[in-house]
Ligand binder design. Sequence first.
Ligand SMILES: NC(=O)c1ccc[n+]([C@@H]2O[C@H](COP(=O)([O-])OP(=O)(O)OC[C@H]3O[C@@H](n4cnc5c(N)ncnc54)[C@H](O)[C@@H]3O)[C@@H](O)[C@H]2O)c1
Length: 346
Amino acid sequence: MDKNYKVAIIGCGGRGDKHALGFDADNRCKVTALVDIKREAAEKINKKYNFKANIYQDYREMLVREKVDIVAICLWTDLHLPVFMDCAQAGIKAALVEKPMAITWENSKKYRQIVEKTGCQLTFGHQRRFAEGNQLARKWIKQGKFGEITRMDMFSPHHILDCGTHTIDQALSFNQEKDVKWVLGAIDTRKIISIYDVKAETGAAGTMVFENDVNANIQLGLPDQEMWGGVRVEGTRGFIEVFWDGNYGKGKVYDDPQWEAPEVNTDDEIQMKKMISNAVDSLNNGKEPELSYKKALRAAEIIFAFYESVYRHKLIKLPLTEGIKNPFYTMLEQGQISYDEMDKMP
Ligand SMILES: NC(=O)c1ccc[n+]([C@@H]2O[C@H](COP(=O)([O-])OP(=O)(O)OC[C@H]3O[C@@H](n4cnc5c(N)ncnc54)[C@H](O)[C@@H]3O)[C@@H](O)[C@H]2O)c1
């Protein structure tokens, strides 16, 4: 098949490389431009995949000189929104942006206005939805293998915005994209962590209840956590533990004691290939992509509601009201959080 879509990758670090792998595998796409302020990072990817792409150090210059259809935005978090805005305004057909959406709830919501104005297809990098084990678990849950879902236990490494977003997205997908009614949160700030320049707590715990009355607890970066990252789904007929990468922990179907969850492929390359393929399919058929910004926005809303709950010492009902930025930063600015140590990653 002809290479139908011209692609630019903006940000050629760790995630840029993974996106490159996905685009390289999709014969409807051709990577024609690579952008990185460090030229050598773009050159490395160009050589690795033999793209023969034009290299730029300024994405704005690339947007003027190249007629690309799709962009992958693989930059640190605070650059996601402004770079997407420039790309959408330049007439790009689809953007695959890395998670998380933005540092604030206010900025997370701005994507919708840009999409509605420009018609640009927008997805976020919650690629773990395409892990074989996650896909299979969603199918079982939908078929009622574990009966009616009654509760979930959600686990993640520290940092609810950077890491917790994967777990919350996973739980939303297992609970058939149902809305959350309310959130109550607590954070451990004995130490602060900064990941991709976004400051957050090193531990957190909370509770949320979905509109279908599924109760869910969440733990992030806490000592003695039962799972490092993933969701335990409990139903009236059984339960299953699904790690982030789709690997299974414990699982039971009460009326089928012989049942065991199978071994699954957890290769993240497959997730990247499926992520790109699904986004290109959606561009062709107009259907909502699996990783649509609308889904990412729901995970973001839960995260900022969690912080708002910590800030206000109150249970927060969703939908989240206007005027909320990042209450964790508000607490830092107002001196409500003081800390002796800050870990920086990377
Ligand atoms: N989906 C996932 O599973 C997953 C995993 C890890 C990280 N992430 C997210 O991906 C994002 C990027 O992470 P990473 O690990 O690829 O970071 P990275 O530091 O490896 O790569 C970022 C690249 O962007 C380049 N850059 C910086 N400013 C630029 C600019 N203005 N224009 C062009 N290039 C610029 C840097 O030189 C660097 O090469 C983060 O937001 C992170 O949260 C997602």
